[in-house]
Design a protein around this ligand. Structure first.
Ligand code: SF4
Length: 231
C-alpha cells in the first residue's frame, strides 16, 4: 500500500502550490540567463558559468561561439589559445581542460552531438548532474531534475521546503513537491526571485509577493535580517 504523505510534506506541497502561480505571474519572462543557440553552446556556457556570473559568461561566449562552432573545434583547440579565449571567466585552466575533455568525449561517444539523457550527459568528462539538468531542461525541454544553485538553496531553506544544505539532497526534497512540468522553470523562478527580492543579505520581505506563504518572512523582519518595512 502506498505510504500517505506526512503532515510536513503536505504543508510543503501546499506551499509550493500557492507560491508557484504568484511567481509565474511576477516573473513571466523568467528563463535561462545564459545565451545559447545550440545544446553544445549551452553545455559550454554552463561549464564556464562555474564561479562566474552569467553576464560575464555571455560576454565571453559572444566571441567564443563565433570561433568554436563544433565539438571538434573545442577538442582540437590549442590549450593556451582556448585558455586565453575564456580567461575572464576565472579558473580558466581547469575550464579549458574540462571543455576539451568534454568535447573529446562527445566526439568519441556521440559523433560530436550532445546526448539527451542524464546518464549519457553525466558520463561526459567534466559534466555533473547540475550541468546535465541545465542542458536537458533548457536546450531539450526535458525535465528530469531541478537545478540547485546558490539561489535555489537559499530560497528552498527560507521557504521551509528543505532543511538540507547539500544540493543533491535539496533536489530530492524539491522533486516530489514541484510538478514535473515546472522543474526547469522552478529554478529560473527561484533565481529571479532571489535576485530581485529574496537576496542573501537584507531580503525585501515586507514587499515580497509570497510573504504570506513564506515561513521565514516574519522571523527575518523581527530579527532585523530583512529590510525594514520603511527604509
Ligand atoms: S518573505 Fe522574505 S524570506 Fe520569504 S521569500 Fe519573501 S523575501 Fe524571501
Amino acid at each position: 500500500m502506498p505510504r500517505r504523505p506526512g503532515k510536513l510534506s503536505t504543508e510543503r506541497s501546499n506551499r509550493v502550490r500557492a507560491i508557484l502561480p504568484i511567481l509565474k505571474k511576477t516573473y513571466p519572462d523568467s528563463k535561462c540567463s545564459l545565451n545559447f543557440r545550440t545544446p553544445l553552446q549551452l553545455l559550454v556556457a554552463t561549464i564556464l558559468s562555474a564561479q562566474c556570473t552569467d553576464d560575464r559568461v555571455n560576454i565571453v561566449t559572444k566571441d567564443l561561439f563565433k570561433k568554436y562552432k563544433s565539438a571538434g573545434d573545442f577538442a582540437n583547440a590549442p590549450t593556451e589559445e582556448l585558455e586565453r579565449d575564456i580567461q575572464s571567466t576565472g579558473f580558466y585552466r581547469n575550464k579549458a581542460r574540462s571543455l576539451r575533455a568534454m568535447a573529446q568525449s562527445l566526439l568519441d561517444q556521440h559523433a560530436g552531438a550532445v546526448p539527451k539523457t542524464m546518464e549519457e550527459l553525466t558520463a561526459l568528462a567534466g559534466v555533473g548532474r547540475k550541468t546535465a539538468n541545465v542542458v536537458l531542461g533548457n536546450a531539450f525541454g526535458i525535465d528530469v531534475g531541478i537545478v540547485v544553485d546558490t539561489h535555489v538553496t537559499r530560497l528552498s531553506q527560507r521557504l521551509g521546503l528543505t532543511r538540507h544544505t547539500d544540493a543533491v539532497k535539496i533536489e530530492q526534497d524539491l522533486v516530489p513537491l514541484v510538478p514535473q512540468a515546472d522543474w526547469t522553470l522552478w529554478s529560473h523562478l527561484m533565481i529571479s526571485h532571489g535576485r530581485a527580492v529574496c537576496q542573501a543579505r537584507k531580503p525585501n520581505c515586507p514587499q515580497c509577493p509570497i510573504f504570506k506563504d513564506c515561513p521565514s518572512g516574519a522571523v527575518l523582519i523581527e530579527n532585523g535580517t530583512a529590510r525594514p518595512a520603511v527604509e
